[in-house]
Design a protein around this ligand. Sequence first.
Ligand SMILES: *[C@@H]1O[C@H](CO)[C@@H](O)[C@H](O)[C@H]1NC(C)=O
Ligand SMILES: *[C@@H]1O[C@H](CO)[C@@H](O)[C@H](O)[C@H]1NC(C)=O
Length: 143
Amino acid sequence: MLLLVIVAALFSGCCANILQPYNETALNMFHGNDFNGDGKFERSELDFTFYVYDTEPLDGIISRLEYTSYINKTTPELYRLSHELYDIYDIDNDNRLEKHDYDAFFQLMDSDDDGWVTEHEFVHYWTILLESLGHLIDVGGTR
Ligand SMILES: *[C@@H]1O[C@H](CO)[C@@H](O)[C@H](O)[C@H]1NC(C)=O
Ligand SMILES: *[C@@H]1O[C@H](CO)[C@@H](O)[C@H](O)[C@H]1NC(C)=O
């Protein structure tokens, strides 16, 4: 979760903080993660956004080390942020991301609890989250 859009933003060289404006980043994330393009973010799409981080061991469980080292390798500017995000995804705080964490995180975004996350719900959730964590970005886009 989060990655694709941020990489794009890094190379656009746009803003002082690569995540700003937060609501636009949130909207880009929605489009980047709505893989089937049907205008809804579904529970299966959330699983898909996490597959990429599952490296060693390849066991369907994502440890803090797997998640944060992947981010450190691909977008080091987001390394500090990645720890905070991990804490949010890891709902039961056991340093393992697995099915029940994704279920719980999905419910946080699905504010009306109807089984899918609309663009509005997604952008609303992520704008608030990015506003609260945006100060953790280490390098601006002044490249
Ligand atoms: C983001 O917020 C700005 C300022 O409130 C607004 O003008 C813009 O339309 C918003 N963009 C999205 C994608 O919601
Ligand atoms: C992040 O990556 C850099 C460059 O590969 C490495 O030197 C550093 O130790 C890594 N930091 C962490 C905390 O993994």
